[in-house]
Design a binder for this molecule. Structure first.
Ligand code: ASP
Length: 349
């Protein structure tokens, strides 16, 4: 208490810098992340220490990466940093390259079981070192959402919209609106006022015992994009051991070329071997409904489970997470059809 007035305690955030355009420098080979550089730029810019901003520390990962160079080991590294510092901060902002941000956000959504604090990923299309950039604004927005709103989710903040992490996709390689969550409205929008769409903020009822990090991921997973003319041979080769789970990116509402016997045989044989096959759609908007067409029913008969309106990023990382937990193929299939983190729209049959 200061002079009889309670001073509102400032929230404290941890900013985890993993790499990406946001803190890059020019090199003879093109843009590269440079150690210490982003911290320097943020320290020089007084806006980050403005009184309306939360307090923060910056932790830089080693090595800094272009996100196209990231792998599941890097998701584990980020998850462990959050776990290690979980009790010391009220929220986390993860600065990350945009190329694979949707994968990292999806993976973290599953790995951070029992999350009760905001974890917000952001990045930028233009590095902070250039005068006209989207980096400063994206970091400020992510920090304000993380500090001022109760969102116990992994999110992506970009160009004034806050999205559920496991619903996002990178949709634009040059515009500032690089991310969308095509099957879910934004959780928050930054205009003159910051608005939160409270009734869609997800609170898991599954893990209520505090944060546990599932750091075991099974990386024997993949995505197979169907195209007219795909042969049984291609599918058979893709589904060979040691693969354990595959997201099949099918046509429309989950349909495939089921009249092609070799194609169906390759799927059936892999399913019988215990490979979990998840049917997702190539369409950006909408859901898989396998009973709609005979070409969908045939996919279900071959053993595929519906991925409903999950993004391929969410379906792939969910498979790696569930297989990493050591579940049997049947258990993995059941969980794939269960809404665990708000990754799918339920009540669709
Ligand atoms: N290649 C960069 C990355 O993903 C692109 C970006 O950050 O916007 O790290």
């Amino acid at each position: 208490m200061i002079n009889g007035v309670y001073k509102k305690m400032k929230k404290k955030l941890l900013i985890v810098y993993t790499g990406g355009t946001i803190g890059m420098k020019k090199s003879p080979d093109g843009w590269i992340p440079a150690s210490g550089f982003l911290k320097e730029l943020m320290n020089e810019n007084r806006v980050f220490r403005n009184e309306v901003m939360p307090d923060f520390d910056i932790l830089e990962l080693e090595p800094l990466l272009d996100s196209s160079d990231m792998s599941p080991d890097d998701w584990v590294k980020i998850a462990k940093v959050i776990e290690q510092h979980y009790t010391d901060y009220q929220g986390f902002v993860v600065l990350h390259g945009t190329d694979t941000m949707a994968y990292t956000a999806s993976a973290l959504s599953f790995m951070l079981e029992g999350l009760e604090k905001p974890v917000i990923l952001t990045g930028s299309q233009i590095p902070m070192m250039l005068p006209r950039n989207d980096a400063t604004e994206n970091i400020i927005g992510a920090m304000l959402f993380a500090a001022n709103h109760e969102i116990p989710e992994v999110c992506v903040f970009f160009d004034n919209i806050l999205l559920r992490g496991c619903r996002t996709q990178k949709v634009n390689a040059e515009g500032f609106r690089a991310f969308e969550s095509p099957n879910l409205p934004p959780l928050g929008i930054g205009g003159i006022h910051i608005k939160i769409n409270r009734n869609i903020v997800f609170r898991s009822e599954m893990d209520t015992n505090g944060l546990t990090v599932q750091s075991q991921l099974d990386t024997r997973v993949g995505v197979l994009w169907l195209f007219p003319g795909i042969t049984g041979e291609i599918v058979k080769n893709y589904l060979r051991p040691p693969i354990k789970g595959v997201v099949i990116q099918a046509f429309g509402s989950g349909n495939g070329p089921v009249s092609n016997q070799a194609f169906i045989q390759a799927l059936t044989e892999a399913n019988d071997r215990g490979v979990v096959l998840v049917d997702c759609t190539q369409c950006t908007v909408g859901t898989v409904l396998l009973a709609d067409y005979a070409t969908g029913t045939g996919m279900a008969r071959a053993g595929l489970v519906s991925g409903y309106d999950m993004t391929p990023e969410a379906a792939l990382t969910k498979l790696a997470y569930l297989l990493g937990k050591g579940y049997s193929p049947e258990e993995v299939k059941q969980w794939m059809n269960t809404n665990m983190r708000g990754e799918m729209t339920v009540s669709m049959t």
